[in-house]
Design a protein around this ligand. Structure first.
Ligand SMILES: Nc1nc2c(ncn2[C@@H]2O[C@H](COP(=O)(O)OP(=O)(O)O)[C@@H](O)[C@H]2O)c(=O)[nH]1
Ligand SMILES: [Mg+2]
Length: 471
């Protein structure tokens, strides 16, 4: 072998070794509609891509591998033959950093983003061993999937048959604020017995009225809405599999060609070809999980919405019990060893309240994970975060009270504001308080585009979710 060839072979071997040492994390970003998934992914990716060790004030400060000067560079990995659309990272950053900064558009379908994080080995045992082999640098491959939160709420449906699901949905539709929103749909299915012969045109009308009811619920802040594909159908828009809705049980056994039998068949089809396929394909390999919870919006909306959101989250988390077949083990299953529960939009409350927001989320999790399944299966941490921080902390000059400086929708400029306080008890007292938190708009700050997004707690979240793979 001539020397250049010999060198090339050695280089190739080292490359292979590097592959061997390359680590991969599938990060699951879980959360109901509007919880902040898309903004979190955008912020995380942008801040890693823009990482600059020389920057005086980096949004990655407190990310250990960055603070230790070991983060070399993160790059987007484009796979040419991917069958999943690319996460619209460029559009999301453009929205947040354009002339008139605004929040990214709502998520209509599934997408994926892959990052290679190149870093220098540290002084850990593995790091030292790798360096000894001549591998001073290593790559962590990070895969993240984004999807509409509406689809997540379908998960509990896998554990119910059409009859049980219908009964639960009908009960729900007759309660509280939902009753008025469901009136037209309830009248429609009331007119026609479930035992009547199936008619696809009628099915389409009933499904449309049911979808309208779900839409109105979503607008009112309610989140326990199934099936999620009726709200966000993506590629299934107009597909016959979506032409069904809950039905009252027929008197006696359902005949084979009845409405009830036809809807039950579609329900089974939906379970298998929509829900199961989605989770199997995108969640099976997840090893780390961040569950985003928008506690503040739920507090704002009042007891009914707060309870509804808690119930939706609890149902999703509990339904992991159905992972007997191994499909739904993505939250606490074998693979997942760390779960971070993050209360999002922490920039909506004053600094002193962020710890109370964490406490509230902690107590909420305690109720959601009643059987301690998650805690027993994985490491769990709770944090209050803001992926894109839109407010500054200030104090009033007269009283010394903490306030926020930020711009709400419609405000011409930054405004000093005194937001509501976080309740110290759980469940939150509803009679004595009216919670009031505002939504803030992203700022027009050119540094956001070039240096990354200011945030609260994202580097700490990364330490927990990725840190042990960056040694
Ligand atoms: N102030 C602030 N608002 C946020 C933040 N993250 C999300 N939001 C708000 O929450 C909305 C929903 O966020 P998004 O990421 O689209 O939620 P998704 O449905 O879970 O993907 C955004 O449009 C913002 O109004 C944040 O870090 N700070
Ligand atoms: Mg989204």
């Amino acid at each position: 072998m001539s020397p250049p060839q010999w060198v090339a072979t050695l280089a190739a071997m080292i490359d292979r070794l590097e592959d061997l040492f390359a680590q991969r994390i599938n990060l699951g970003v879980t959360g109901l509609q509007q919880a902040g998934k898309t903004v979190f992914i955008t912020s995380l990716v942008h801040n890693l891509l823009r990482a600059d060790q020389a920057a005086q004030r980096s949004p990655l400060r407190n990310f250990d591998v960055f603070d230790q000067g070991r983060l070399v560079a993160a790059t987007l990995r484009h796979d040419t033959n991917a069958t999943v659309p690319q996460f619209p990272y460029t559009q999301a950053v453009a929205a947040l950093t354009g002339q008139q900064p605004h929040w990214p558009a709502r998520t209509e379908g599934i997408s994926r983003i892959r990052l290679d994080i190149r870093y220098r080995r540290g002084d850990s045992l593995i790091g030292t061993a790798a360096r000894w082999l001549g591998l001073d640098e290593a790559v962590l491959q990070l895969d993240i999937v984004d999807y509409p939160g509406e689809w997540l709420v379908d998960l509990p449906m896998l554990g119910q048959d059409f009859e049980a699901w219908s009964a639960a949905m009908l009960r729900q539709a007759r309660q509280g604020a939902r009753a008025a929103l469901a009136r037209d749909w309830l009248a429609c299915i009331g007119e026609r017995g479930s035992g009547q012969p199936h008619d696809e045109e009628w099915a389409a009308r009933a499904a449309a009225l049911y979808t309208e009811y779900l839409r109105r619920c979503a607008a009112a802040g309610l989140r326990y809405l199934q099936p999620g594909r009726l709200l966000t159908p993506a590629e299934l828009k107009g597909a016959p599999v979506l032409r069904f809705c809950p039905l009252p049980a027929p008197d006696g056994a359902a005949k084979r060609d009845s409405l009830h039998a036809a809807f039950a068949a579609k329900y089974r089809d939906y379970q298998e070809s929509v829900i199961r396929a989605f989770y199997q394909r995108h969640f099976a390999g997840i090893s780390r999980q961040i569950v985003l919870v928008d506690v503040l919006t739920a507090l704002n909306a009042g007891a009914e919405v707060f309870d509804d959101m808690s119930a939706a989250l609890a149902a999703i988390l509990q339904s992991f019990d159905h992972g007997r077949n191994g499909l739904l083990q993505w939250l606490t299953g074998r693979g997942i060893d760390r779960v971070l529960f993050a209360a999002t939009k922490a920039d909506h409350v004053v600094r002193g309240d962020r710890i109370h927001l964490e406490h509230l989320t902690q107590r909420m999790l305690h109720v959601l994970d009643e059987s301690n399944r998650i805690k027993a299966a994985a490491g769990v941490k709770v944090e209050a975060i803001a992926s894109v921080r839109c407010t500054d902390d200030m104090r009033r000059s007269d009283t010394g009270r903490e306030i926020l400086l930020g711009r709400r929708q419609g405000d011409a400029a930054d405004t000093p504001l005194d937001p509501g306080a976080i309740p110290l008890d759980f469940p939150p007292p509803w009679d004595s308080f009216k919670y009031r938190f505002w939504d803030f708009q992203p700022r027009a700050d050119s540094a956001w585009r070039y240096s990354g997004f200011p945030n609260i707690g994202v580097p700490e979240a990364l330490n927990y979710l990725l840190g042990d793979h960056l040694t």
